[in-house]
Design a protein around this ligand. Structure first.
Ligand code: PHE
Length: 507
């Protein structure tokens, strides 16, 4: 049924399966970034305008918790694929859950709002990490096309990231669509839910396309690689069943306790608890890695390198992912959203980063190739990435000063900021991904991919928290703070370049 596609070169010199995965991830990111483009704006919009009327602190907390759990769940999704469903089926069911989540979000009640977020969290956990693992499975171990495949795949990610906010953002916020709604006799305040609906339709397209391409998936994607015997399979089923029952029991207990008035579950309370969970996962994980694991001295050195890169990435995403929180609020409240006299929805600016990636990723691939032997090491690229990010934050500090009198500033500030962020992302993100897979001891390769997502998870959490300060701190303080913190870690990374290089060479 499935074919080994190693010799196939029909998709830009790559196996056809890559095209299926490219478009699956494109549609998934279309729905993720399309919805994220207006999520915080929807939560903070007044109820009369169809929003949830949340105070910005609560909206930031929910936003950060949602985005953080999405990426944290990829670790669970990896386990499910390895031990229970296999990669192919995990991706499929992940897509189904994501689609159901967006359908639920399209229903205008608070209950369906939270249920929708939860479904997207579980769905993305099953889909996102596993689809990127299948990309690697398309190639034989010695195939040199793998790096290029991931670059192409990153284009798919950002094609979706670019189109999603344009389509869903226009439906949710665009004046033109509000008039169309009025023409249909519907209130313009219902527009948000059409934005959520568009995300659901996008994921549906992705699923159809994925199902049609089923035969192009590598054989390894169809079986759980970690549970090959019937006993192992039964064991993982038992584990999964226990976890599911445990989670359901906890949820029922919580709802009961809430309705009896014993506890009071609030969005901000959950967000606070999540801070501790993430902190615990990070400390517990690296604690176990360094104290509990049995590693050779060479492996131990590599793990130290992984830890430093993890920390650099964490700092990077903490500021970078404010695109959906602080920067989105800035676009909505402090920016004159017109171009050549025509106004556009604030959420459209959420496309700019992805647009720049699509434009400049090939340029960067060319630069690294041209540099050949002088191609900078991973820690050097991380440091460069952090410097670019610090400069993007500095641009926003200047923008905040320009906006301090209540004036609406030019969108060029945000566009300049996103440009610098994108350059930083191109120095850090693809480099980090391949460094993780290169440095990880083979027997924990999957787990180390999880570490990469853990950095993104914590980063998103911090980004939500900072977004929550939007009304309580001055904007110059927020962006100035970002600048100083990132600059500090950029300098620290520069100081660490030599020792890390030495460790990488001797390991
Ligand atoms: N744009 C990237 C993506 O959606 C952001 C990201 C990087 C997310 C690393 C998770 C981990 O794929």
């Amino acid at each position: 049924m499935s074919t080994t596609t190693s010799d196939d070169r029909s998709f830009f010199g790559h196996p056809r399966g890559l095209s299926t995965l490219f478009f699956t991830e494109m549609w998934e990111r279309f729905s993720y970034y399309g919805m994220r483009a207006f999520l915080i704006l929807f939560m903070t919009a007044p109820i009369a305008a169809g929003g949830l009327g949340f105070p910005v602190v609560q909206a930031g907390a929910v936003y950060g918790t949602y985005a953080a759990t999405v990426y944290l769940m990829t670790m669970v999704g990896g386990w499910v694929a390895d031990n229970l469903l296999g990669y192919h089926r995990s991706v499929f069911w992940g897509g189904v859950l994501i689609m159901c989540g967006h359908i639920s979000l399209a229903v205008p009640t608070i209950g369906t709002f939270y249920l929708g977020l939860l479904l997207v969290v579980f769905g993305t956990g099953l889909l996102k990490g596993n689809v990127s693992t299948i990309v690697g499975q398309l190639y034989a171990p010695e195939d040199t096309r793998r790096d290029a495949a991931y670059s192409l795949y990153y284009m798919g990610v950002n094609l979706g990231g670019m189109l999603g906010p344009i389509v869903a953002g226009w439906l949710a916020q665009g004046e033109g669509f509000k008039q169309i709604l009025a023409g249909w006799g519907l209130p313009p305040s219902a527009a948000w839910h059409f934005g959520f609906g568009a995300a659901a339709v996008g994921m549906f397209c992705g699923l159809v396309q994925y199902t049609l391409g089923r035969k192009r998936m590598p054989a390894a994607a169809h079986v759980p690689l970690g549970a090959t015997t019937p006993e192992q399979m039964a064991g993982s089923r038992r584990t999964a069943l226990r976890v599911v029952i445990g989670v359901i029991a906890l949820a029922v207990l919580a709802v009961l306790a809430q309705s009896l008035g014993v506890i009071h579950i609030s969005a901000t309370g959950v967000a606070g608890a999540m801070d501790f969970v993430l902190f615990g996962v990070v400390v517990g994980f690296f604690g176990w890695l360094f104290l509990g694991g049995t590693w050779t001295p060479a492996e131990r050195k590599r793990l130290v390198v992984i830890f430093v890169l993890f920390f650099g990435a964490l700092v990077f995403w903490s500021t970078f992912e404010q695109a959906g929180s602080t920067l989105n609020l800035f676009a909505d409240r402090n920016t004159a959203n017109t171009i050549f006299g025509i106004s556009y929805p604030a959420s459209w600016l959420q496309s700019v980063n992805s647009l720049f990636i699509v434009l400049f990723a090939p340029v960067f691939a060319w630069i690294w190739l041209r540099l050949g032997k002088r191609d900078p090491s991973s820690p050097t690229k991380f440091a460069i990435g952090l410097f670019f990010l610090a400069s993007s934050a500095a641009v926003m500090m200047a923008a905040a000063m320009a906006a301090s009198g209540g004036a609406k500033v030019s969108p060029m500030w945000l566009i300049a900021c996103y440009f610098l962020q994108t350059v930083g992302e191109l120095c850090l993100s693809p480099v980090g991904l391949s460094a993780m897979s290169r440095l990880a001891p083979a027997r924990v390769a999957g787990l180390m991919m999880g570490v990469w997502f853990l950095a993104a998870s914590v980063g998103n959490k911090v980004a939500g928290r900072v977004g929550g300060l939007f009304e309580s701190l001055s904007l110059t303080t927020i962006f100035g703070g970002n600048t100083v913190v990132v600059l500090f870690f950029a300098v620290l990374m520069v100081l660490l370049i030599r020792p890390i290089k030495r460790m990488m060479e001797s390991a």
